[in-house]
Design a protein around this ligand. Structure first.
Ligand code: NAD
Length: 479
């Protein structure tokens, strides 16, 4: 059984969780220890005790550790990718790509440890100098979702450590395998005892303990809006710093002048790949009248070629949905959309067994047409391979529809018009805007995050990560 990592030791938990392969529910990926509130507090104590020394560790020490972690992740990308695909259900190439991203993120933040920056400037008073520096926060609580089991932990853990913080990491209950493998690498990396701690377990117990403990200086969270609101309320109540990355209802506009094959590829890629289980997935296609019917027909033709099968089988395009409850949610939204008058134009059937007879949570990607903006399918995040189409008169109406959502994570446009592309980049109310590219699939060295109901607090990743993981000090010196 794989254990929790607390104060430099591997500890059994209060309970055990079973990690099941969604491509074959007979396959037990492993058994993982689940921490309780008392063990979570033990991890916080260890991190608190380790903080004074770690916050003063040298940039060289942090660089060496983070760089070595990145090197090992990259070297083991095939093996770790196989584990990720097996426990989460994204395809093997997608999973290996995610692992490589995690490795690159560690290397990026290894470099950032060497470049803390700062400013020195003259005071407005004679003879006085001013220095502006960034310092570590203390113990950071990290709470992550199941859909990127190694990349999201990496993009929180690496900057937290690079800037001198200690970490208590709680991964999602559904995917402890990749989190444990990452923790195991960190456990051998030379980090002093207590700097990094892994507590696997339930959100309501382990997560809630992190939120309420006054020794946790800051909480970084990625997950659903409902949980994000709980994180915010708990952190505000004790005035802790927090950062939230949550859901999306990301639009992709397709204009009459779009290159049809580019538009179709972007839509299918970001709508259905990774089984549609990406916060940046395009779930609303907003298509102008002149191209609408041709575009819908071409998307359906492309969907017919997608192979839904075991995530680790060569040739699979779309792996299974992550679990029974997410599959139920996807199917429920198909029902809701049709009950509200939309048309299921393609797909949506659950496939109980693949060709080899493996029982899994397979769902044929679904396209829903004839929708209106107020339908729930256009307002609420499904988080599955379910995409809706909205018809628009022209670019101006398409832009209004794109921004007509409580979310604001990513938005895309397929067009050959420089004028419309430029206008869209300026007027989209999303944190990330893509022109002739899928809304999902982003670089690891630049800021990531959204607006409106999708995000709260500073951006993650790239140099902007320093905003969250450090606090600014202004020092005055009279020479
Ligand atoms: P979730 O909110 O159910 O869980 C996220 C994490 O919070 C898990 O680790 C969970 O155990 C924990 N948690 C649950 N209840 C808690 C509580 N009361 N206190 C503290 N922690 C608690 O989300 P999920 O189902 O794992 O992930 C899917 C969601 O994540 C989707 O909405 C998706 O859009 C979002 N997501 C957003 C981004 C982004 O960067 N914007 C990226 C990936 C996923």
């Amino acid at each position: 059984m794989n254990k929790n990592f607390i104060a430099g030791e591997w500890l059994d938990g209060a309970r055990v969780s079973r990690n099941i392969n969604p491509s074959d529910t007979r396959d037990l990926v492993g058994e993982y220890a689940q921490a309780d509130a008392a063990q979570t507090r033990l991890a916080i104590s260890a991190a608190e005790a380790a903080f004074p020394a770690w916050s003063l560790s040298t940039p060289q020490q942090r660089f060496d550790i983070l760089d070595a972690v990145g090197t090992e992740i990259l070297a083991r990308r095939a093996e770790l990718g196989d584990l990720l695909a097996r426990e989460e259900g994204k395809t093997l190439p997608e999973a290996i790509g995610e692992v490589a991203r995690a490795g690159n993120i560690f290397k990026f933040f290894a470099g950032e440890a060497l470049r803390p920056g700062g400013e020195a400037l003259p005071s407005v008073r004679p003879g006085v100098g001013v220095e502006i520096t960034r310092e570590a926060l203390g113990v950071v609580g990290i709470i992550t979702p199941w859909n990127f089991p190694i990349a999201i932990p990496a993009w929180k853990i690496a900057p937290a450590l690079a800037y001198g913080n200690c970490v208590v990491f709680k991964p999602a209950d559904l995917v402890p395998g990749s989190a444990w493998a990452l923790a195991e690498i960190l456990s051998r990396s030379g980090l002093p005892q207590g700097v990094f701690n892994l507590v696997m377990g339930r959100g309501s117990e382990v997560g809630a303990t992190l939120l309420d403990d006054p020794r946790i200086a800051a909480v970084t969270f990625t997950g659903s809006v409902a949980t994000g609101q709980k994180v915010a309320a708990a952190c505000v109540a004790r005035m802790a710093k927090f950062q939230l990355e949550m859901g999306g209802k990301n639009p992709m506009i397709v204009l009459d002048d779009a290159d049809l094959s580019v538009a179709v590829n972007c839509a299918v890629q970001s709508g259905y790949f990774s089984t549609g289980q990406r916060c940046t997935a395009s779930s609303r296609l907003i298509v102008t009248d002149g191209i609408h019917d041709r575009f819908v027909a071409a998307v359906i033709e492309k969907m017919k070629t997608l192979k839904v099968d075991d995530a680790r089988k060569a040739g699979t395009d779309i792996g299974p949905v992550v679990d029974q409850s997410q599959l139920g949610q996807d199917q429920a939204y198909l029902g809701i959309a049709q009950a509200e008058g939309a048309r299921l134009a393609f797909g949506g059937e659950a496939i109980e067994r693949n060709a080899e007879g493996q029982p899994g949570f397979y769902l044929r990607p679904a396209l829903i047409t004839d929708t209106t903006p107020e339908m729930r399918i256009n307002r609420e995040e499904v988080f599955g391979p379910v995409v809706s189409v909205l018809r628009a008169r022209d670019y101006e109406q398409a832009l209004l529809l794109a921004n007509d959502t409580p979310f604001g994570l990513a938005a895309g446009i397929a067009t050959t018009s420089l004028k419309h592309a430029t206008h869209f980049k300026r007027h989209s109310q999303a944190g990330m805007v893509m022109v002739n590219l899928p809304t999902a699939g982003v670089d690891y060295h630049v800021p990531f995050g959204g607006r409106k109901g999708s995000s709260y607090g500073p951006r993650e990743q790239g140099r902007f990560a320093a905003e969250f993981y450090t606090v600014v000090k202004t020092a005055y010196t009279m020479a």
